[in-house]
Design a protein around this ligand. Structure first.
Ligand SMILES: [Fe+2]
Ligand SMILES: [Fe+2]
Length: 333
């Protein structure tokens, strides 16, 4: 911490700002007595809860270093940009702040929170990093599923059970953590799975639920566990049917399969956003039509950004043949 020999002058050069906040947990910069000064990264789409503290004199101060966050309160949206700051003291109700972009906050607390927050954050980061080490696809997939789920929630809020999208967001990000127990040769297999391999694969929603159960509420556990269930009962692990699958779990299953169809997993035919969404709309026995229709509409509006990992390959080939344009980076994401 103190590299230079200047009495009473403390310097810390250990923290490196990263462009990808998912790789960095909350970091302690300095501590004095109970007071702690920290860096808190928040990934796009994720958020932080502020909860009333037992001690009303305690202060939690935040400075927005990079990114953009917002709080929704009684229909108003309060946005926080770099340079903005806020603090809580004697908070009367819970507040959920969400990151619109990857954000970094400087966080000063008059009470020690670091250990508590960092243990929690560290375990989650560890989980997701474990998946990333095992299989980089699952990590990117989790972020995509989060993105699609949140857009669908926003559009279909009236049908949803939860008042905020925070349960869905956490479930979406961690729905496949149970895959850490799947042997590599199955997880990374580039061809269709044998029946016994498929049976092992089918366990992962139960393992996800078990892992999340030690951190999160039952609702999050239920959503993550239900991401492979289908309305007609043909899904797994429990073969649940219509009324047993909540609306948010249905959103998660549509987002999950949409990403699987539109990204390269090494053995599948990669589809464009539009083709995938149209196919899902037709599968009315398996997926909620309200959700697949909203998905198709979002694709039409390019709400997820350009379909850059596929575009139309033939079109790309045609352009190449004409000898003009550059490859747009199509193929896998
Ligand atoms: Fe899954
Ligand atoms: Fe998944």
């Amino acid at each position: 911490m103190n590299e230079y020999r200047l009495e009473g002058f403390f310097i810390n050069k250990s923290y490196k700002i990263s462009n990808d906040p998912s790789g960095n947990g909350i970091t302690l910069l300095a501590r004095h007595g109970d007071m702690e000064i920290m860096i808190q990264p928040v990934m796009e789409g994720a958020g932080i809860w502020f909860v009333p503290a037992g001690d009303n004199s305690a202060i939690e101060f935040f400075f927005v270093h990079t990114g953009e966050l917002y709080v929704e309160h009684e229909g108003d949206i309060i946005t926080f940009e770099p340079g903005d700051s806020f603090y809580t003291q004697g908070l009367a109700q819970e507040i959920f702040m969400k990151a619109k972009k990857d954000s970094i906050l400087i966080y000063v607390s008059s009470n020690p929170v670091f250990k508590l927050t960092s243990d929690f954050h560290e375990e989650l980061t560890k989980l997701i990093m474990q998946i990333n080490d095992k299989d980089n696809y699952t990590f990117r997939h989790s972020r995509n599923v989060l993105r699609y789920s949140l857009k669908l929630y926003e559009r279909l809020k009236t049908f949803c059970t939860d008042d905020t999208d925070s349960n869905l967001a956490i479930a979406a990000l961690f729905h496949d953590v149970g895959k850490i127990y799947i042997p590599d040769e199955i997880l990374k297999k580039k061809s269709v799975l044998e029946l016994n391999e498929y049976k092992k694969m089918m366990r992962h929603p139960i393992d996800s639920a078990r892992l999340l159960g030690s951190h999160f509420n039952d609702r999050i556990v239920e959503l993550a566990q239900g991401h492979h269930e289908r309305l007609d009962g043909s899904g797994y692990p429990y073969g649940l049917t219509e009324e047993e699958i909540s609306f948010e779990a249905r959103i998660l299953s549509v987002s999950d399969v949409f990403d699987a169809m539109t990204t390269d997993r090494g053995y599948n035919e990669v589809k464009s956003f539009r083709t995938a969404a149209e196919e899902l709309v037709r599968l009315t026995d398996k997926f909620d039509r309200r959700i697949t229709k909203a998905l198709a509409q979002l694709v039409e509006e390019e709400a997820f950004g350009p379909d850059d990992f596929l575009e139309d390959r033939q079109e790309l080939e045609r352009l190449k043949d004409k000898g003009g344009r550059e490859d747009k980076g199509g193929g896998s994401k």
